[in-house]
Ligand binder design. Sequence first.
Ligand SMILES: [Zn+2]
Length: 281
Amino acid sequence: MKKLLLILSLFLYTQAFEIYPSKVKNANTVLVQITKKNISDVKLSFDKQNINFFKNPFKKDTHYALIPISYYQKLGIYRVIISYVKDKKRVFEGKDLEVIKGNYKSETINVKPSVFKPSKKRKRRTQKEYKEAMKIYNSKSKKLLWNKDFIPPLNSKITSAFGTKRLYNGQLKSYHSGIDFKAKTNTKIIASNSGIVKIAQNRFYSGNSIVIDHGQGVYSCYFHLNKMNFKVGDFIKKGQILGLSGATGRVTGPHLHLSFRIFGTLVDPLQAMKILNKLKI
Ligand SMILES: [Zn+2]
């Protein structure tokens, strides 16, 4: 019996930290959790990146970390090392994480050379907008502002999936960095979860754009709006109408483009919501 308990406790010890999923597609998010009493300064390293853990407010004695896998992450097996301080000693544990290829489709877009080769003025504007946005995405509010489940911003059909490779005039230029929902102009769009509005502005590509900072590195972005109901600095509650859909920015018709950034990395919004919603399970 004693032997069995020893084996069982060893088994439990090695299971102290979990990675979900352990096989992850590029541009998906990984949830790492550790449930252990009296530990502090929990850290994680993955492919030369250091990621901080936060306390999971929904689960006792549990810390969590998110690893956003880039769309361009090299496929293969990586070692995830976590460490924490217990009884004044730093303890290390490791587990494998495999990055596999997401099944993303390709599409060809034919655009006029004037759009394809932007003017200097347009380039200056888009570069400025990109820099400003990245500065925001790369800063993280320490406090977790979301509560329970993330919800879709509207109840509608998805017309363009996340991750589709985009070939502009035959050249691979980018990929679809969010999901498009079918939405006639002036359809109500709600906040997927609570947070602080960090961007509420008209931008060249994304048109009228609202970006919500949910805290701890998680951002949701709502593009091409016809009307924005909030301004920078406002607190928005989950389910509140953030604006109305439209066709502003570089689009061919009205729809809602939803994207998610975690620590600045663009990830599949639907998979990210599923992962974030696992925090409380
Ligand atoms: Zn889109």
